[in-house]
Design a protein around this ligand. Structure first.
Ligand code: 13P
Ligand code: SF4
Length: 312
């Protein structure tokens, strides 16, 4: 889209945020799915894996997390000495809520020793019961790093089906979870969009259903899709993921055009985070997300094992 104009953050609001950040020795982290104005004030914008890595390496004492609850929990798991604050405490993830500690515990008993690979989009207590975690950026590498042939993958069944294609040597057992935002894409609409823009490259996130992924030319994590939009020789793209990625895509590629389906690709939880929330979070240093030690330590093992696997 030629002439894309990023949102302008009012200078007085930016000055307030900058002053509080300095006072609190804080860093603002944002997922790409948050609103564009949040990207503009954040010190780091990333996908789930990038955010975990940044939380671990950034020296700031306070992390203001603009994302959803499981992301702030992951930061707390990795950085117990830092104060982790979720900018909007109401921002949860419906996919993460599709699995619980008790439900996984019961399934593990049935499976008798089958290792569990859990997507980071999950509660800390579920990570604590898992052998290793993954994100959409490293799922295939993580699967290949596991010696076992049979693996239970939770909670995203679409990510599991996608990853199975690259690991025919594995037998992946799935959990019936999904992302409501990605899951609602409609096949007929995507086919029509492709017909309307035959030159466009179709970029899709692996949280989409298999029938949608079949229509894609490139599948990747949020960061992977943004990188692809910049590197591809194509000038038109159909973007099949949460619409927050359009901001960095349009900002970095002024000569390229990005089409989206009419179906709303908005994660309402990611969009709950606002600039006003950031100010309040910095002023009050609340709400703190702190994973209790008895959950954190086993969850850390699973997250650390993931972090040790090189990124694709
Ligand atoms: P990634 O950031 O790993 O691409 O995941 C997308 C997502 O749905 C985050 O909630
Ligand atoms: Fe959860 Fe989907 Fe929103 Fe990501 S986009 S936070 S998986 S509901």
């Amino acid at each position: 889209m030629e002439g894309y104009a990023p949102p302008v953050v009012p200078s007085d609001l930016r000055a307030t945020i900058d002053k509080l950040v300095a006072q609190r020795q804080a860093v603002i982290l944002s997922h790409y799915y948050c609103k564009p104005e949040i990207h503009e004030v954040a010190h780091f914008v990333g996908d789930s894996l990038g955010l975990s890595q940044e939380a671990a390496r950034n020296p700031a004492k306070v992390i203001i997390f603009c994302g959803v609850h499981f992301m702030a929990e992951t930061a707390s798991i990795l950085c117990p000495d830092k104060t982790v604050i979720l900018a909007n405490p109401e921002a949860g993830c419906p996919m993460a809520d599709m699995i619980t500690h008790d439900a996984l515990s019961a399934r593990k008993k049935e499976l008798n020793g089958v290792p569990v690979l859990t997507y980071v989009n999950s509660p800390a207590a579920v990570k604590a019961l898992s052998d290793i975690c993954c994100t959409s950026a490293n799922v295939v590498a993580v699967l290949r790093s596991l010696p076992s042939k049979t693996i239970l993958m939770t909670p995203d069944k679409n990510l599991a089906i996608y990853a199975q294609k690259f690991t025919p040597e594995k037998e992946i057992l799935t959990w019936p979870g999904f992302c409501p935002t990605h899951h609602r894409l409609n096949l007929a609409e995507i086919v029509a969009l492709k017909e309307a823009h035959p030159e466009a490259e179709v970029l899709a996130h692996p949280e989409c259903q298999p029938k949608i992924l079949k229509e894609a030319h490139f599948i990747g994590s949020t960061s992977g899709l943004i990188k692809r939009a910049a590197e591809s020789a194509k000038t038109e793209f159909i973007v099949l993921t949460e619409e927050g990625v359009l901001h960095p895509m349009r900002k970095a590629n002024p000569g390229k055009v990005f089409y989206t389906p009419a179906t709303s690709m908005v994660c309402p939880n990611m969009k709950k985070n606002s600039l006003a929330d950031i100010v309040v979070a910095l002023e009050n240093l609340a709400p703190v997300i702190k994973v209790p030690e008895e959950i954190r330590l086993p969850a850390l093992q699973a997250v650390d094992r993931m972090m040790a696997v090189p990124r694709d």
